[in-house]
Write a protein that binds this ligand. Structure first.
Ligand SMILES: Cc1cc2nc3c(=O)[nH]c(=O)nc-3n(C[C@H](O)[C@H](O)[C@H](O)COP(=O)(O)O)c2cc1C
Length: 367
């Protein structure tokens, strides 16, 4: 039995049945977004990006040269050759790079940038180089993915260009090369590549999903040995366990296995998820001080919203990997969702004074 420092007297909380199934918008969505930037002359890269867009949630920018009438394939690809030679001769001079249409991009919104480009003479196509010359320095510390389309040449030269132009990017360990003979398999290759680079974990800053009653909540995970071990387990499949009320401030339940713990004395806040005695998870609606190992936090929910979502008594909780690739929108079960809801799926009687809410399944904003 836990020897808590404080115990709340029994609080009876009416469990409101939530009638919509919501995915909680990631409170830090702006920090976890992905940008896909691509250039394509004969549409192969564009087709790759079209498939990529079905696999990851991302903003997309197409780079276009100011001069759209150039025939890069004419005279043995002479124009491409000339442009690339100019860059090579003076790579630090902006005037070496062909002009592209202006692009408005706020790089601070993204933690991951996927660059998709054709290969030209074993180098990165010149127009994509222009974009990266302008914006590559703003990609410091971001995850960088590189996808290269070529007829048959290998892509080490393009990788070198990318690293020169994005000097402090955190490049994924593997680039994706799709040559002409594999172009028709591009979707399967993209899927495999996203798995290989652990896209979901890296791009989402380590999150997991927690399902309880009718709610699917997003948990931002702490970075420690316990969460690493938990993620490894979740890769093998979802984990379901039962949890019960304790002290009026938490739901606690045994996972059925142990995780590596490194307990310290912590005062919890609503939404905190803590590992207790290596094998139990405590989900806090309120504050308590004890020795725990942090697992993560359900973000953006108030005490009351958490209590409503978890209800009273024994509940079944399912943890799973978050494959949503940076949720920036809310999905609502349209069939059932009449009324007004907060982003976290709580039904409310009135439209909130300020902020985002969902009315009859439609996302709205009150400013
Ligand atoms: C100027 C130029 C140079 C190229 N050089 C090469 C090359 O050296 N090796 C190669 O395998 N493909 C080369 N290609 C072919 C492109 O890499 C390939 O067709 C790619 O799929 C084009 O992508 P896109 O359709 O998105 O423009 C070149 C194409 C152009 C236009």
């Amino acid at each position: 039995m836990k020897n808590y420092l404080s115990l709340f007297s029994g609080v009876v909380i009416a469990f409101m049945m939530m009638v919509c199934q919501c995915e909680v918008a990631n409170a830090a969505a702006s920090d976890n977004k992905t940008l896909i930037v691509y250039y394509s002359y004969t549409n192969n890269t564009e087709q790759i990006v079209d498939d990529l867009k079905t696999l990851v949630k991302a903003d997309v920018i197409e780079v276009e040269p100011v001069n759209k009438s150039l025939d890069y394939a004419a005279n043995g690809y002479a124009i491409g050759t000339e442009q690339l030679n100019k860059i090579k001769a003076n790579p630090n001079d902006e005037s070496s790079y062909p002009a592209i249409d202006p692009v408005t991009v706020d790089m601070t919104k993204y933690n991951t940038v996927i660059i998709a480009t054709p290969l030209w003479w074993s180098q990165m196509a010149s127009n994509m180089q222009t974009f990266l010359f302008k914006y590559g320095k703003e990609m410091v510390g971001k995850n960088i993915g590189l996808i290269v389309s070529s007829h048959s040449s290998g892509i080490s030269g393009v990788e070198a260009d990318a690293k020169r132009l994005v000097p402090n990017g955190k490049f994924f360990a593997k680039s994706l090369w799709i040559n002409a003979s594999k172009h028709s398999q591009r979707k399967a290759l993209l899927e495999q590549w996203l798995k290989d680079i652990n896209y979901n974990e890296n791009a989402n800053g380590n999150t997991m999903k927690l399902q309880v009653n009718n709610s699917t909540l997003k948990v931002k995970l702490a970075d420690n040995a316990a969460t690493k071990a938990l993620l490894e387990r979740l890769k093998e499949g979802a984990i379901t366990y039962n949890a019960h009320d304790y002290g009026g401030f938490e739901k606690v339940g045994a996972l059925g296995f142990s995780l590596p713990s490194n307990d310290t004395f912590i005062t919890t806040e609503a939404g905190d998820i803590m590992l207790y005695t290596s094998n139990q998870l405590c989900i806090f609606f309120d504050s308590n001080s004890w020795d725990y190992t942090p697992i993560g936090k359900i973000e953006g929910m108030t005490k009351q919203q958490l209590k409503d979502a978890f209800g009273t008594g024994e509940v079944s909780i399912t943890l799973s990997l978050d494959n949503s690739a940076g949720i920036t929108s809310v999905t609502v079960n349209q069939a059932k969702a009449t009324g007004i809801y907060t982003l976290t799926g709580q039904k409310v009687s009135e439209i909130p004074e300020k902020g985002i809410y969902i009315e009859n399944g439609v996302k709205k904003v009150r400013k």
